[in-house]
Ligand binder design. Structure first.
Ligand code: PLP
Length: 434
């Protein structure tokens, strides 16, 4: 590592401090020059294993050859016409996307981000039901724009200086059993069984006013929480009973991350609306709101709109992502690799008292650290800093920042995965046995 290069990373950080909004929160001080597969290469010559995927986005690895080829081909042909013309790539992308959705979810509105996909879902649910209210969950993250932020409840800080938010949003508890339930493992969870939601509908949220329940099938930013198997089916039944729509936010959990194309597939339910982004473009900005035909038909031309949504280059990337995911069997691969990591982490739990909970669905892996029953954010910060020192980038999550999330690309090689998990294990041992 040359000293000139080291200065250059510092200079980039200084220039950012002068020029960019202080709102950007950076997880690390890495300054990345280029990336390939699982590797980030910094301006000062470091080669770092990327187990964060740009917050769950580059699921097929950086510069995935198929996606890169598709983008290159489209860049030389057509970028953008918006709604001034028909756009064949957008129609093809919708066709490919619908082909991996459950039967009946067959209408797509493309946009540019997760938050936009959620905004679309809120407006669509209101239009389709003629109702105003929404139910979301404590711990949920749905984005930072006003509608999405009104649903987001993963950290109070996100909402603190932003109000007033959208009216008519009710928050229920998510079945985050490790932290908030008193029942034993495998015992009945009253939250997952819907006792609290039924109370809410009977007391403070009249069901005839509720357009939709919005849920992350696996809680993302809120702590990588896998709910008990009865939770999603309970929500589906409750929605059917009261004519409410079920909106599954798959922005973080979608496109193979959990070992299925979509996380809701693990729970045997079909939502009415699904929101997508992140992994859909593998880094090209694209999102989508997907709905059943009769729901999407609540919109007439002009009821919703976007300038960039569905631009041809982003759609070319999305098509390549979906085709590569199925051609290379990456969902099954994520399930297999995730199970191996789970075995290692569960074994580590026997030695490390602070590793309180290991939550795994495919390669969506959360490691929750506590000390004396309380969240141990300081320990997690030390572990991730130590791991970065050893060459692995890991992200945290959870309301209390005490969960490490392991989200390597689904294309991570077995050697890279083993090296990354070795480094993480060494960091956990080093920081807990001080
Ligand atoms: C589940 C979920 N929904 C929505 C969003 C918002 O997506 P974006 O940052 O693309 O607006 C995120 C982002 O992390 C997310 O995890």
């Amino acid at each position: 590592m040359s000293s000139t290069a080291r200065v250059s990373a510092a200079v980039w950080r200084e220039r950012e401090a002068e020029l960019l909004s202080p709102a950007y929160h950076r997880y690390t001080d890495l300054v990345v020059d280029h990336a390939e597969g699982t590797h980030l290469y910094t301006v000062d010559g470091r080669d770092v294993l990327d187990f964060g995927c740009g917050i769950g986005v580059t699921n097929l690895g950086h510069l995935n050859p198929e996606v890169t080829r598709a983008v290159h081909a489209q860049v030389d042909k057509l970028w953008h016409t918006s709604v001034t013309t028909y756009n064949p790539k957008m129609i093809e992308a919708a066709e490919v996307l619908v082909s991996v959705m459950p039967e009946g979810l067959n209408r797509v509105f493309f946009n540019n981000s997760g938050a936009e996909a959620v905004e679309g879902a809120i407006k669509l649910a209101r239009a389709a039901t003629g109702r105003t209210d929404l139910i979301a969950f404590a711990g949920a993250f749905h984005g930072r724009t006003y509608g999405a932020l009104s649903l987001t409840a993963s950290k109070a800080r996100y909402r603190a200086a932003a109000g007033p938010l959208l009216a008519g949003v009710h928050h229920a508890r998510y079945p985050y059993c490790y932290r908030y339930c008193s029942h034993g493992p495998g015992e009945r969870c009253s939250i997952a069984e819907g006792d609290e939601l039924r109370l809410m509908l009977a007391t403070s949220a009249p069901p005839q006013n509720v357009a939709a329940i919005v849920v992350e099938p696996v809680l993302g930013e809120g702590g990588y929480v896998v709910p008990p198997p009865s939770f999603l089916p309970m929500l589906r039944n409750l929605c059917d009973e009261h004519g409410m729509l079920l909106i599954a936010d798959e922005v973080q959990s979608g496109f193979g991350r959990t070992g299925r194309t979509f996380a809701f597939e693990h729970f045997g339910v079909t939502p009415d609306i699904v929101t997508l982004a992140k992994g859909l473009g593998n880094g090209m900005p694209i999102g989508a709101t997907v709905a059943r035909d009769e729901v999407m038909r609540a919109w007439s031309p002009g009821d919703h709109g976007t300038t960039y949504g569905g631009n041809a280059v982003a759609c070319a990337a999305a098509i390549a992502v979906i085709e590569t995911l199925s051609r290379d069997g990456l969902c099954a691969r994520a399930a297999r690799l995730g199970a191996a990591v789970m075995d290692r982490m569960r074994a580590l739990q026997r030695d490390v008292a602070e590793l309180g909970d290991v939550r795994v669905l495919g390669l969506m892996i959360g490691l929750e650290f506590t000390r004396d029953g309380r969240p141990a954010a300081d320990l997690v910060a030390r572990i991730t800093a130590d791991a970065l020192h050893r060459g692995v980038l890991l992200l945290t999550c959870g309301t209390d920042d005490n969960v490490i999330r392991l989200i390597p690309p689904l294309t991570v090689t077995e050697d890279e995965l083993a090296a990354g998990v070795d480094a993480l294990e060494a960091s956990i041992r080093a920081q807990t046995q001080r």
